[in-house]
Design a protein around this ligand. Structure first.
Ligand SMILES: Nc1nc2c(c(=O)[nH]1)N[C@H]1C(S)=C(S)[C@@H](COP(=O)(O)O)O[C@H]1N2
Ligand SMILES: [Mo]
Length: 214
């Protein structure tokens, strides 16, 4: 089956590594996952509590804003909707920010997403993967171990927070880490929604060679 690349993208067979700051080193004693924001009651989960939730296996395409696309990576993970079930949302919640570690701060990285797009098997907090060339294995620390969000393919991969630490439920579409720095609020690769302003690229954007094979 031939797949269509989104405009301006190039296929890669490898799974490159790209992020800001340090690689988080997992410590089960201190690791927590928090559900907060416009909820009736906040919930904080331990690693064991998260891993006891229902799991699914799903195969997705990943599109990085720096122009690399990787087709057909299979992930095992916990659906976003299973975590969402653990809180009662206040009225008019339509958006979330999914958080991840940045230089030791559990909430240093984030990306905003619309809630309605995250209800399927393609919105997963993953911990295991395989592809055509690699057998089942844990997500490496550099890819976000112990838990990493992979967004549906209609979002660029910056929406996939590594070292995931929580979900903030919101009534407003508040921007995340890169969206504050000029990346597009929606980030649909098929519409080439890379940056808020195409003629004014955000500082810190390194272009195609930024998504290195490390
Ligand atoms: N916590 C955290 N998650 C992050 C980032 C980051 O800097 N910190 N970078 C994002 C960006 S811009 C991309 S393209 C993807 C890259 O994921 P990969 O290295 O697994 O390919 O992670 C995303 N998730
Ligand atoms: Mo990225």
């Amino acid at each position: 089956m031939t797949k269509t690349l989104p405009p301006g993208q190039i296929e890669t067979k490898k799974w490159p590594i790209l992020h800001e700051g340090d690689v988080y080193q997992f410590d089960e004693e201190t690791w927590r996952f928090k559900l907060f924001g416009e909820v009736e009651q906040e919930v904080t989960l331990t690693y064991k509590e998260v891993m006891a939730l229902p799991k699914v296996v799903n195969t997705v395409d990943m599109h990085c804003v720096t122009t690399c696309s990787k087709f057909d990576t299979t992930f095992e993970g916990i659906p976003f909707r299973e975590l969402m079930k653990l809180v009662n949302l206040k009225p008019n919640v339509r958006y979330v920010r999914i958080y991840g570690y940045l230089n030791g701060d559990p909430f240093g990285y984030s990306a905003n997403l619309p809630l309605e797009a995250l209800q399927g098997d393609d919105a997963l907090f993953v911990y295991r993967w395989k592809d055509a060339e690699n057998d089942w294995q844990d997500i490496s620390p550099k890819h976000g171990y112990p838990l990493r969000f992979i967004p549906p393919a209609q979002f660029y991969l910056w929406k996939g927070s590594k070292w995931a630490s929580g979900i903030e439920f919101m009534t407003e579409n508040n921007p995340g880490y890169w969206e504050v720095r000029g990346y597009h609020m929606n980030g649909n690769p098929f519409k080439e929604e890379r940056f808020a302003d195409r003629n004014n690229l955000p500082s810190g954007y390194g272009g195609a060679d930024e998504w290195k094979d490390l």
